[in-house]
Design a protein. Structure first.
Length: 306
């Protein structure tokens, strides 16, 4: 498969919904326009940030088709997360993503499954991936979410012969030695997209060119500054921006990161609606408190000044 490795920031986008919790597909174009202005190179759709597990397969297919239509008029790379607890549903989602025009697909080991080994994971993925051999596949490695903690170096070495469209990983993992080894396999064959926003410098140190993250939805300018400083050899400046990233991520995480980050988009004129899991939705008081804490570190002021 001829495939160009991805570079730049890829936003793990929120799934926009209305107040009645139905999909708000009209918002997708607004999200895309915002991300393009922010210099983001792509979108990762229906992943953890997008509350993928909270939406039906039919809703995800609608979402894929909408993103596919929107990217026809711009340069954004579109990666569709096709993960599902049911194998046949993952396959249907893979076909839907391909038909929608996705540039690549991704999936993790289904959370709370009985899969506990590399071979077990490959056997799960094989019927899905090998029936869509002409669309690149990134395995989504996120042990804290999937519950499967395996050596990705071994996985890539074994899976490359079994999963024909495997091109790399979405690496949501803090094991930097493993990351380094993955990048060395077969002279750098695999594309490893680093997915720990608050450790982006570490990903760059190991050689990653692309990164997937939720905070790129609203703070891409901070990371562009970090990357520019890093590549110009100004390590201190890059670390300053990384420290600021850690600071605002920690504040958002105090209020439950996923629903708080989704609500935060309203500050950037992108109303993605409520969180699909109702009891996690932020109250008005908590949202006000979140904004106050972010103001205290000059978060909005800093982003608006860049």
């Amino acid at each position: 498969m001829n495939y160009k490795k991805l570079e730049g920031l890829i936003a793990a986008v929120h799934t926009p919904i209305n107040d009645d919790f139905s999909l708000n597909l009209d918002c997708v174009k607004i999200q895309a326009e915002h991300l393009i202005k922010c210099g983001v190179s792509g979108v990762f759709v229906s992943g953890t940030t997008g509350e993928g597990l909270s939406f039906s397969s039919e809703e995800k297919m609608e979402l894929f088709q909408t993103w596919g239509n929107v990217i026809k008029s711009n340069h954004l790379i579109f990666i569709a997360n096709i993960g599902h607890q049911v194998q046949t549903d993952s396959f249907s989602l893979a076909l839907a993503a391909k038909n929608a025009g996705a540039h690549a697909i991704s999936a993790m080991c289904p959370p709370k499954s009985k899969i506990n080994s590399i071979l077990g994971l490959i056997q799960w993925l094989k019927p899905i991936i090998n029936k869509t051999p002409d669309i690149p596949f990134y395995y989504y490695d996120s042990p804290k979410i999937s519950g499967l903690n395996i050596d990705m170096t071994e996985f890539l070495n074994i899976a490359t012969d079994e999963l024909k469209s495997l091109v790399g990983l979405k690496f949501n993992n803090q094991n930097l030695s493993m990351l380094k080894n993955c990048l060395k396999i077969k002279n750098g064959k695999f594309d490893i997209l680093f997915a720990v926003d608050e450790m982006l410098i570490s990903g760059l140190d190991q050689g990653c060119k692309g990164a997937v993250g939720s905070s790129y939805n609203f703070a891409a300018s901070i990371y562009h500054k970090l990357i520019k400083a890093y590549h110009s050899g100004n390590r201190n400046e890059a670390e300053k921006w990384q420290d600021f990233s850690i600071q605002f991520i920690n504040i958002i995480a105090k209020y439950d990161y996923l629903p708080a980050s989704k609500k935060l988009m309203q500050k950037f004129n992108i109303d993605c609606g409520p969180f699909r899991t109702k009891h996690l939705e932020l109250s008005k008081d908590k949202l006000k408190s979140l904004y106050i804490e972010l103001d205290q570190i000059k978060f909005f002021e800093t982003i608006n000044a860049i």
